[in-house]
Structures are given as C-alpha cells and as structure tokens.
Design a protein around this ligand. Structure first.
Ligand SMILES: C[S@@+](CC[C@H](N)C(=O)[O-])C[C@H]1O[C@@H](n2cnc3c(N)ncnc32)[C@H](O)[C@@H]1O
Length: 415
C-alpha cells in the first residue's frame, strides 16, 4: 500500500472526496472535504482510478467539524457526513446534482444554473421513523442489542441512542434484545406514536424481548402516519419515506412541481408510478380525480387500497375509475394520462420504464429521484423521448448522509 498527499477537488455522488494522484488518476477518499489536503493510503488501485483512506488531514477545511454523534468514534458507518458542518450539506448536495446534470444528462452549465433550485432540509437530529438495523450475517450484537454496521464491515457497533432516530425508535433500540434474526426493521408513526418491529428471519425462529408493551411485532404489524393532514397506513414491509418531515417536504415539492391544474385532473388521469402506500395520490389529489397507483410491492398495494379507499369509492361508478395496479412499471400497460408522478427506487427508471411512462402521452411528468446520477440518466432518457426539463429541486431528506432527493418537472414538447 502506498501513501500520497492529495488535494480534494470536490465531493462526488456517494459522498467521497475526489482528488488526483501524481500519476494523473483520480482517487476517491471518504471522510474528506473540498479544498482539504490529505495524506492518503491507497487501498484500491485500478487502471483509471484509485480509492484510498485518509491517514491524516494535513490542511483541514473550515467546514470540518467533530462528529455530533459519539458512535462515529466507535466506528458506526450509518451517517458518513458527520465530519461536514450541517450548514454545508445542502450546498454540497446541490453541487453534486449540478455535476450529474452536466456529465450524465449532458445539460450545459448555463442551463443547469437556471434549472436547479434549493428545496427544504430535514432537521439534523431525531427525525428518522424507519430504520433498518442489519448486517448480512448478524443483525444484533452478541448481547442481543441492536446495532449498526462498522463502516463497510459486518461487525456491529452499539448505537443507543442513535442521533438521527426518532425518540420512539430510540426507546426500542435501548430496550430490545433480539435472538435468531438476520436483520431488524424498526418503524414508528411520529404523529400517532405507534411503533413496530419486524425481524427478518427466514425460519420464524426470531425472538425479541424487552420491548415497551405497545410495540407491534411481526411482518403484519403496521403504523399510521399523518402527512399533509391525511392519515396513512404503513405496514412494516411497505416502503415509506424516512421521516414525517421528509414526507411532508417531498409532498410539498411534488405539489409545486405538478401544479394545481394537473392535480385537479382536468388534463386527464394521474399516474402515481412507484406509488408505494399511495403517499402522493392520497395527499395531493381530491377523491374524485381518477388515479392509477402502480406499485410492485404487495404490502404497499394493500396499504394503498386502504389509504385511497375514498378515491376508489368515489370513482367506482364513473367511466374513469381509480385503481391500484399491483405490477412492475415495466410490465404495466400504459393508459392515457394528464400527469405522471414517478418515484422509482435508487436504480432509477431505466429505458423500459421510461418508454411505459412516455406512452401515457402525459403533458407533464414529475420525476422524484433518490440518486443524483440515476436521476440525471432518467432525465436524459425523458428529454430524448420528447420532454423538456423545466425545474429541478434539490431536497436534503437524510441529514448527515450524502443521500440526495431531487424533484424534476418535465413538459411534453410539441416537436
Ligand atoms: C422510492 S419508493 C417511493 C414510494 C412512494 N412514492 C412514496 O413516496 O412513499 C419506490 C417504490 O417503488 C416500488 N417499486 C420498485 N420497483 C418497482 C417497479 N419496477 N415497478 C413498480 N414499483 C416498483 C417499491 O416497492 C417502492 O414502493
């Protein structure tokens, strides 16, 4: 392993700092900040790039801070941006989005500056209402307590209390003792104080003790959360946004991007693609607007049926009934629409899903992306399919981490 001194040019998607080695190759180094000079130990050597570990910060950024969470020192790898001042997180995320739009979506610098705007940020502590505390081999410490992984290893670090977890989850983390489970999902409803635990054990041998008496346990347990005044049911196996604040900010950003007209249904049916438990449809649409929620997870569809029961009832006897479609987008038969809201998983839409969404001929598409590079790739596909990008809003929904959420709005062009 060789050592070298490197200046960090910028922070890249994924959160590492990037610099250049003396031989001209780029090197990626975790735990570093733009402008810093660091002594790096090279740990991975490839033809075009290298990875390394910072052995010493020779010239520290003014934005370097001591980690606010004490478990970073014991190696918890849950939140990798604790060395960067919270005040710098949003601007760093915006810079990563700019880079992805320029490099991957091939949008000019001048256009990028016009298109991108800053949205809201979730408060930096005690917000997360869903946590997956897990490793591939072992979900709990030998004493049965819950933990997080140490960096990229399978070792666990005890993290009670967790800085970013909602107090209701910290109660569980402090008291639960788990046996025979490989992973554990904890979830609470911040607005209802309900909480649940799901042990991911294939053989049904998992056991949890020490929980407060009102905690639901098992795959069928569920919580409710109130978002934008609407009460939503969320089963433990269904996807839900990471916190109440995150869900509220995202719903607001999608509302602004979609616009009143498209949400009113006058332009046609709304497609809530990758709709989860129906978060956007239930909070943004009045019950008489025909909507198709398309979602691949069975439990999310079951939740969506409950959460959209008014919408399903109100349009049942009309020529345009609302529907919950249990399907992959890639296998879905597109229908004509006035608005598509698409919120895919981290891998993004990809060409097949884009072709399905474009086949709706919707005048407007709102794309929610939780990965800056995958989002930029999808935007390029949509632009090439005849849509014009008019705005990209960057949200910071995961404090102390490099995760970035963007909400983009595209208009079908007349060419
Ligand atoms: C990022 S979540 C968004 C869910 C919802 N819009 C929300 O904000 O709560 C993505 C959702 O897409 C679903 N999903 C993943 N791949 C899918 C696919 N190929 N087709 C349809 N749904 C998919 C997942 O089950 C998950 O519920």
């Amino acid at each position: 392993m060789s050592n070298e001194d490197v200046t960090i040019e910028r922070i890249v998607a994924g959160g590492d700092g990037m610099g250049r080695l003396a031989d001209g190759r780029v090197v990626f180094i975790g735990g570093t900040i733009t402008g810093e000079r660091v002594r790096v130990e090279i740990t991975t050597n490839k033809k075009d790039f290298a990875r390394g570990t910072a052995l010493e910060i020779l010239d520290a950024s003014p934005h370097r801070v001591s980690a606010p969470c004490k478990f970073v020192a014991s190696g918890c790898g849950g939140c990798s941006w604790q060395h960067i001042a919270v005040s710098e997180h949003m601007s760093t995320k915006v810079a990563i989005v700019h880079e992805a739009l320029r490099r991957t979506a091939k949008i000019s610098e001048a256009e990028v500056l016009e298109l991108v705007q800053t949205g809201g940020s979730v408060s930096s502590q005690a917000s997360r209402t869903t946590l997956r505390m897990a490793t591939l081999r072992m979900a709990v410490l030998p004493n049965g307590k819950l933990g997080f992984r140490r960096g990229l290893s399978n070792d666990l670090v005890e993290t009670s209390p967790c800085l970013v977890a909602h107090d209701l989850l910290n109660e569980i983390i402090a008291s639960a003792k788990v046996k025979n489970a490989t992973e554990v999902t904890l979830r609470c409803g911040a607005s209802t104080s309900e909480h649940g635990v799901w042990l991911h054990d294939e053989h049904g041998r998992g056991q949890v003790t020490g929980l407060p008496s009102d905690v639901g346990v098992g795959i069928e347990s569920l919580v409710h959360e109130v978002i934008a005044g609407v009460k939503l049911r969320v089963m433990m196996t269904s996807f839900f946004q990471s916190s109440l604040e995150a869900a509220e900010l995202l719903v607001d950003a999608v509302r602004l991007a979609a616009g009143e007209r498209a949400l009113s249904g006058v332009d046609g049916r709304v497609i809530d693609a990758y709709g989860g438990v129906g978060l956007f449809a239930a909070t943004l649409l009045s019950a008489d607007v025909p909507v198709s929620v398309v979602e691949s997870s069975e439990s999310s569809c079951r939740d969506a049926v409950v959460n959209l029961s008014k919408h399903l009832a109100e349009t049942r006897d009309t020529s345009q009934p609302s529907e919950i479609v249990h399907s992959n987008i890639e296998q879905w038969s597109p229908v004509s629409a006035g608005l598509v809201i698409a919120d895919p998983a981290r891998t993004g839409l990809g060409p097949l899903a884009v072709s399905r969404l474009v086949a709706t001929k919707a005048p407007r598409i709102v794309l929610v992306s939780c990965d800056a590079v995958a989002g930029a790739r999808d935007l390029r596909l949509l632009i090439d399919a005849g849509y014009e990008l008019s705005k990209v809003t960057v949200l910071d929904l995961f404090p102390h981490t490099p995760h970035i959420e963007t909400v983009s709005v595209l208009q079908r062009s007349n060419r």
